[in-house]
Design a protein around this ligand. Sequence first.
Ligand code: NAP
Length: 305
Amino acid sequence: MRALVVDHTAPHHLRIAEAPDPHPTPRQAVIEVAAVSLNRGEIAFRAPNAPAGVVLGWDAAGVVARPAEDGSGPPAGTLVLTLDTDGAWAQFRAVDTDRVAVVPTGADPGALATLPVAATSALRALRRIGLILGQRVLVTGASGGVGRFAVQLAALSGAHIVALAAREHHADLRALGAAETIATTADLDAPVAAAIDVIGGETLTWAFDSLHDPDGILVSIGHASGDEARFAAPSLVGRQRTITGFYLFADTRRIAHDMTMLAGLLHQGRLDPAIAWRRNWEHSEQAITHLLNRELHGKAVLDVT
Ligand SMILES: NC(=O)c1ccc[n+]([C@@H]2O[C@H](COP(=O)([O-])OP(=O)(O)OC[C@H]3O[C@@H](n4cnc5c(N)ncnc54)[C@H](OP(=O)(O)O)[C@@H]3O)[C@@H](O)[C@H]2O)c1
C-alpha cells in the first residue's frame, strides 16, 4: 500500500512511499482510509523523533475493508472514524475495534477526520471541569484545532466563553459561539471559573492566575509555544484553585462512543469542523509547512485517494 512514511531525508521527515500492508490482530478491523487530519503534536514532535519507515498518524476516517476476526466492531462497508497512536497516514490501517466509531452514513470523511484527537481532547478536557452551564470559561489558542472545538463544545454546553486569539479570528470565533474575544491577556476584565490552555508558558500561568479563588480549575492540554511556565509562589500558596494535566491517550475508554457522538453533532450541522486547509495527500508537505509556520488556523485535512 501507499503511506506517508517517516523518512528523515525528506522535508518535515515524511514522504509518500510503499509500506507493508497492516497485519491486524484478531480484535482489529482493517480500514480503507479516505481522509486524515494533521495534529501539531504528531508533526512537530512525533515525525522528527520516530524511527525511519514507520507510518504515523492518529486521525483517520474511512470504510471497514475487513472486519475484526473476533466478531467485534462494525461489518465491512461501514463508514467509520478511527483513532490510534500510529498508522493513520496510509491507504489501510488496522485499529482495535474499541477505537472504531460508527458514524452517520453519507457524512463527509474529510470533516469527520478532524474529530478524533482535536475534538475528543476538547470534549474530555471540558468533562474534567464538570458542569459549565452559565460559567465563564476561558479558551486559549482558540484559533487552533483543539481551541475551535473547545469553543464550540463549551458553547453547546451553555458556557459563557472567553476566547483568546489574534484579532483576525475574532469574528469566526464569535460565530462558533464565543461570547467574548480577547487578543491579549491584558484584555481579560474579570476572573473565569475554568480555563482550557493549549499554549503553555506565560499564557498558562496567566490563565491560572485568572481563575476564581476558590474553586477555579484549569486544564492544561498543550504547550504549543514550547515555553516553560513559571509560577510565582503567591499564585499557588494559600490559594484554592486547581490545575490539572491532560493526555488523551492515557484513557481511551469509550472513545468510540465520544467520536460517534461528535460525528452526529457534525452531521447535524451543530459542530463546524473548522477545516483550514484540504487537498489530496500528495500535497501534505504544503499543509505541514503551513501548520508549522502558524499559517493554518483550524484543521488540515488530507484526502487519501
Ligand atoms: N494532551 C493531549 O492529549 C493533547 C491533545 C491534543 C492536542 N494537544 C496539544 O495541544 C496544543 C494545541 O494543539 P492544536 O492541534 O490545537 O494546535 P494548533 O492547531 O496548531 O493550534 C495552536 C494554537 O495555539 C496558538 N499559539 C499561541 N502561541 C503559539 C506558539 N508560540 N506556537 C504555536 N501556537 C501558538 C495558535 O495561535 P495562532 O493561530 O495565532 O498560531 C493556535 O491558536 C499542542 O501543543 C498539542 O500538542 C495535546
